[in-house]
Design a protein around this ligand. Sequence first.
Ligand code: ADP
Length: 164
Amino acid sequence: MKRALYPGTFDPITNGHLDILKRALQLFDQIVVTVAVNPKKTPLFSMEERIELIQDVLKHEIGNNRVEVEGFGGLLIDFARKKKACAIIRGLRAVSDFEYELQMALMNRRLADEVITVFLMPHENYSYLNSTIVKEVARLGGDVSDFVPPQVKEALLKKLNASD
Ligand code: ADP
């Protein structure tokens, strides 16, 4: 049984994240979407909201029990060991992602040689997509239907209206 972590901030989950998750499910038996507490970022959605949104989206988009969603705030390789995960999945969109991802992958390898970082490329339609730009478009009144699942669009509109 091969299990992998898919870590990220997921603030909120986008179609790009889902694309990577679906590809990862072709390679691994189980994926743990690991929602990070990231002290460097101030998320729009709380940890609980991000987890709930992902679970809701998974129910509609993937509908199997091969994906779990968990929040985590410590060192990722500790969580990988705890969950008996053999791999960490990361998405690579463009060259701009590469430098940081290489540093992280090499550091994680140094800390835990047995956990392998696997990079997956999304469909080119999603190569420019990130959660920050989606939030910006939504905030300015743009239509985000092509970029996020309907549940996320709804949550974004609700959240942004509430903060007006
Ligand atoms: P982080 O703060 O860890 O980068 P994100 O939620 O922004 O968290 O991203 C989590 C992972 O998903 C990262 O590996 C990122 O490269 C990947 N990812 C995000 N958006 C996309 C996308 N549009 N296509 C492919 N991978 C993506």
